[in-house]
Design a binder for this molecule. Structure first.
Ligand code: ADP
Ligand code: MG
Length: 240
């Protein structure tokens, strides 16, 4: 479980997160939505310490990761992240992209890492691409490899920052389908997305951020049909 209490993040004099508190329970899928610049990426990046919170606390499985003694690498091992722009290793094959960290960081044998890697490629529908290089893949395929690569570390949590925003429209569905089936395995997921249909269908909760504040935290049925605030209403109107 991830518990966040009074999370603040500033860059210089710019207050980007202004005291966010929420809990993401085990097995929950949380969609994070809100206008550009509202702090969605910064919020996700604080959860795996790509950004250092200015104040507040974040507990991951009971461990306070804002404690100075926290081993940041250990936290990141357990919290997989998928970015808008894939970030694959260009000079490694697809399978090598999946086996690198498990061997290097977790000390897995090559044989063990490859077995798991091939199983994950199967899961995202890309077993046939194991020996290709990333530049030979479509955007949708690259993103599915990025998801498999994050899963290869066997994380308890998966964070997605606009995973389909850089894709051509015809490739969005194949990535959302992989995420949907991952959600059905019980993975705990936090997803920044502009795909309202997906959020409505797959998320257990919607977090609506605006101006660095968590303005609404509600089940999608409630959020999409009857948002509590005018800010959310305005946002949803623009999305339609
Ligand atoms: P979102 O993902 O909702 O679009 P971000 O979290 O990326 O929002 O950004 C929120 C605000 O924080 C923006 O004004 C952005 O310019 C600012 N910001 C984000 N990262 C940095 C940084 N590393 N340094 C300075 N300002 C930043
Ligand atoms: Mg962002």
């Amino acid at each position: 479980m991830i518990k966040i209490e009074k999370l603040h993040k500033s860059f210089g004099s710019l207050d980007v997160l202004k005291g966010i508190s929420t809990t993401i329970n085990d097995g929950e899928v949380v969609a994070i939505i809100g206008p550009s610049g509202s702090g969605k990426s910064t919020f996700l990046r604080c959860i795996n310490l790509l950004e250092t919170p200015t104040s507040g606390n974040i507990w991951i499985n009971e461990q306070d990761i804002t404690n100075k003694k926290t081993d940041i690498m250990k936290v990141r091992e357990n919290v997989g992240m998928v970015f808008q722009h894939f970030h694959l290793f260009p000079h490694k094959t697809v399978l090598e992209n999946l086996t690198y960290a498990p061997m290097k960081v977790k000390g897995k044998s090559k044989q063990e890492a490859e077995k798991k890697g091939l199983q994950l490629l199967e899961q995202v529908g890309l077993a046939a691409k194991a020996n290709e290089y990333p530049n030979r893949l479509s955007g949708g395929q690259k993103q599915r490899v990025a998801i498999a690569r994050a899963l290869a570390m066997e994380p308890d949590f998966m964070l997605f920052d606009e995973p389909t925003s850089a894709l051509d429209p015809e490739m969005v569905k194949e990535v959302l389908d992989v995420m949907k089936s991952l959600a059905h395995t019980g993975m705990t997921m936090a997803i920044v997305t502009h795909e309202m249909g997906f959020a409505r269908e797959v998320a257990d909760r919607v977090l609506f951020l605006d101006g660095g504040n968590l303005v609404e935290d509600a089940p999608p049925s409630q959020f999409f049909s009857n948002p509590a605030t005018n800010r959310a209403k305005d946002f949803l109107q623009k999305m339609l």
